[in-house]
Design a protein around this ligand. Structure first.
Ligand SMILES: C=C(O[C@@H]1C=C(C(=O)O)C=C[C@H]1O)C(=O)O
Length: 372
């Protein structure tokens, strides 16, 4: 299938109001799509099926599944995934939204100072009028802009239309190998200067790393934690650590999901207290923002010997089950002619409400940049 017919098929799918997902994983020139044949809404609770999953922040809402057996899948290789220049969009600041976010963050800080809550991730949802509400063309713009992200557009007529460019892996499983990352701390990307991180940001990211390591301990062995590095996500920089381990034979995928979702990077710590605070005070429904999405239990066959002439060895292909889940960040939902953009940031005892507001404004630009 060539690029034109790939996007034509997607366009027809959307026009026929049938479910689909189109996505490209980070640093990957392959764009894949799954087109469901009818508009049945499949859900999963066990995560034992094979398909593409779209899961909410709060499991009280449904995790939607595009079943592998119900979908046609296509992929194209796009020659170059060159990160195009980040344009400087001037966002119009809504003063009411600013006041209410600052007040929410201040409430978070005072709760952290008084109680056992150590970190809470507080967010808001910003509405922007759209001049172009064609999801396929917005997807293409996101794809060309964000090389290091999982860029996607997901649609189900009974759920909604979501797009995003997320820098954050929740985890991936390949056979028994588990890889996850701890991503936190944010500052604007500046081309000329070397980033300097404050103790507040380093501590905030360390909370996430320690928490993840602790959570996976009962289900895995041989846990390995990398050094902290700075990574770029569009116009922003974050601190990142990579954590790998081996999943025990007795552990299910669902037990790993329950251990890791939602991480302190998008919820807070301790988890239940942070989640209760969010559900009580954020004043809107996150739905699928800070949920996760990705390939679930797909069989991948890998040959042990890549030398094509060695036909005998190629017969020993290893089939591994793979899942790749990304946290649904830097995302938006499209409703008619409006984009609902979701943005948040981690609050600790040393947070400054005004700065936290600015951080959400910077994060809005990831999506906002492709809408103008
Ligand atoms: C919550 C968001 O991002 C998360 C929060 C971060 C932070 O607090 O610095 C950084 C990366 C993400 O883990 C978001 O983008 O909406």
């Amino acid at each position: 299938m060539n690029e034109d017919s790939f996007f034509e098929a997607l366009k027809a799918q959307y026009a026929n109001q049938l479910p689909f997902v189109v996505y490209s994983r980070p640093i990957n020139s392959i764009i894949k799509c799954w087109l469901q044949k009818d508009d049945t809404l499949h859900k999963t609770e066990t995560f034992t099926e094979s398909g593409f999953v779209f899961a909410p922040f709060d499991f009280k809402n449904q995790s939607v599944l595009l079943l592998e057996t119900d979908c046609e899948q296509y992929s194209i290789e796009v020659e170059s995934k060159i990160e195009s220049q980040i344009s400087k969009t001037q966002l119009v600041i809504n003063e009411n939204e600013k006041t209410s976010h600052i007040s929410l963050v201040s409430k978070g800080i005072s709760t952290i100072q008084q109680e056992s809550l150590k970190k809470v991730v507080l967010s808001r949802c910003e509405t922007q009028e759209l001049t172009n509400n064609n999801p396929i063309s917005i997807f293409k713009k996101l794809y060309h802009k964000y090389k290091n992200a999982m860029v996607y557009c997901w649609y189900h007529p009974k759920v909604g239309l979501w797009l995003g460019a997320t820098p954050e892996l929740l985890f991936k499983v390949e056979g028994k190998q588990l890889t996850t990352i701890s991503l936190a701390g944010t500052q604007p990307y500046r081309r000329i200067s070397k980033p300097v991180w404050t103790n507040k940001e380093l501590e905030e990211q360390q909370i996430v790393t320690d928490y993840i390591t602790n959570q996976i301990q009962p289900y895995t062995s041989q846990i390995n934690v990398s050094n902290v590095e700075t990574v770029r996500a569009g116009n922003l920089l974050h601190l990142k650590t990579r954590i790998t381990s081996r999943i025990a034979n007795t552990s299910s995928l669902k037990s790993i999901i329950d251990a890791l979702h939602p991480t302190p990077a998008v919820c807070g710590f301790p988890r239940q207290e942070a989640k209760d605070f969010i559900l009580q005070h954020e004043n809107y429904n996150r739905e699928y923002y800070t949920g996760f999405l990705g390939e679930l239990n797909l069989k991948q066959s890998k040959t042990r010997n890549t030398n094509r002439r060695n036909v005998e060895n190629n017969a020993y292909a290893v089939v591994k089950t793979q899942s790749n889940f990304y946290v649904n960040l830097r995302c938006m939902q499209i409703k008619e002619d409006k984009a609902l953009i979701y943005v948040g940031g981690g609050i600790t005892k040393d947070s400054n409400p005004e700065k936290e507001w600015e951080e959400t404004v910077n994060k809005t630009k990831t999506i906002g940049n492709v809408l103008t």
